[in-house]
Structures are given as C-alpha cells and as structure tokens.
Design a protein around this ligand. Structure first.
Ligand code: PGA
Length: 254
C-alpha cells in the first residue's frame, strides 16, 4: 500500500484529484467507483474545478457508487443519489446513462444486487475505487464483522454508524436502518483503490487499517492485500501511524 500524507485536507484532496485526472487522461472511458460522505467532498470540488477550468472530460466515464440507504427515494436530500448529484455530477459532464448508484427503493434486493455486480463486470470492472473509512473501520457500509469476501448486498447499519450519520437527519430515528452496499470482495476486485481519510477522528481507524492485523473487525484492513492501494491522508488522520511513507510516493515508478 502506498500511504501519502499531506499537510492539509485541501492538499490531500488536490493530490487525490490529480491521481484521478491522470488516470482519466490515460483512459477516457475510465470506470470510476465513487463514495459519499464528507471526506471526498474536496476531491469532487477539485475535479469539478478541473472540468470547468481545464476541460477535464468525463463524457466517456462510467461510475458505480458504493452504497445507498434503503427506503430513501433518489430525491430525498439525504439519499446518496441526491448527494452525488449536488456535490459532483451536476458540476461535470457525465453521460447519465453510465451512472450507477444502488437503488434503495428496490423491491427485490437479491435481484438488484446481482444485477449491480453483473453490470460492473459488463464494464470490465472498476478501474479506480474511491473509499472513505468509518471511525469503526468500515468501508462503504461493510461494518465490522462483515465477510471480507462479501459481494453487493443489503446490510444492517450498526448503532455507531447510525449515530455518526444522525447529524444529517432531523433526528436519529430518521436514520435508515439498512443500506445496499458493495461487498468487501466487490471493492477488492477494483483495479486500484484510493482510500481517503481526514481529521483525528479517523486516526485510530487508519492505524488499524494500515498497520493493524487484517481482520473483519476492521474491514478497511483488507486493503493491505490489494496490489494497488493508495491511502491519501491528512496529517491528523495519519497521526498514529508509525511507518514513514511519503518518500515512497515521491519516488514512485509506475
Ligand atoms: P465521512 O464518512 O467521509 O463522512 O467521514 C466516511 C465513511 O463513513 O465511510
């Protein structure tokens, strides 16, 4: 795993955007896996700026989002459909036929999840998957204890995750109890992983994911087994790491 530590959230977001822009220029029909949450907002802002000011072209890109709450319609302001539209999609030039976000309103979860997996395959797999990390080490909605080989499926959210996300809802009772999420195995099939983390609230999770044992109790730790995983961190998120990492990024050879 390559760990890249930047001084600030802004610098981390810019470096991550540069990483994606480089990939996109080399492969205009990039298949991009996307994440929601507050962490990737800076990345999406910077990619939007690159589109506007530098003509970065997303017209041939296909996207697959990691997850969506069950029971929220796409127009609900806390749905991940809405989040992606507001924070990223409306600022770039995607072809909406190639945008995929799990359907939280589906009536047949098994069929939908199987279709989602198949659709990823049809596009040749995900080239770069953007990931956040939960304070409890989750990736997407794969909570601690999730099978490290899991595929897209419906999951129950833990109390901690519901509490973490309650700030976005009027009250904690409104936070959905279930989500559709790509599995850990689905995520690990992506050709490259781009994990982002910011702030001291993520320092323990990052320590466990990057330097801890690989365990289902910290699903993010599985990325230690990925051949092309990059963790872009700000100083605060990296504060508990004991390894020295930046030199491997700056002298990297692709
Ligand atoms: P955050 O969420 O970016 O809002 O911290 C990340 C996650 O829970 O995966």
């Amino acid at each position: 795993m390559l760990v890249i530590v930047k001084d600030s959230y802004e610098q981390m977001s810019k470096e991550a955007a540069r990483f994606i822009a480089d990939h996109l220029r080399k492969k205009p029909n990039l298949v991009l896996g996307l994440a929601t949450g507050s962490t990737p907002l800076g990345l999406y802002r910077e990619l939007g700026r690159m589109h506007r000011e530098e003509g970065l072209d997303f017209s041939k890109v296909t996207t697959f989002n990691l997850d969506e709450y069950v029971g929220l319609p796409p127009e609900h302001d806390q749905s991940y459909h809405y989040f992606m539209q507001e924070n990223f999609f409306k600022h770039i030039n995607l072809d909406h036929r190639y945008v995929h976000i799990p359907m939280g309103m589906t009536r047949d979860f098994d069929a939908f999840c199987a279709w989602y997996e198949q659709r990823i395959q049809e596009f040749g797999g995900i080239d770069v998957q953007v990931l956040g990390i939960g304070g409890n080490g989750h990736i997407a909605f794969n909570e601690p204890g999730s099978s490290l080989g899991s595929r897209t499926r419906i999951k129950t959210l833990t109390g901690t995750t519901r509490m973490d996300n309650a700030r976005f809802f009027r009250n904690s009772e409104e936070v959905p109890k279930f989500a559709i999420t790509m599995g850990v195995g689905t995520i690990m099939d992506a050709k490259e992983l781009l994990l982002l983390a910011t702030s001291s609230a993520k320092a323990n999770a990052i320590k466990a994911a990057v330097e801890g044992p690989i365990t289902a109790m910290c699903p993010a730790s599985i990325i230690q087994l990925h051949r092309k995983a990059y963790a872009f961190l700000d100083k605060d998120a990296a504060a508990k790491l004991t390894g020295l990492y930046n030199d491997t990024w700056e002298s990297r050879v692709f």
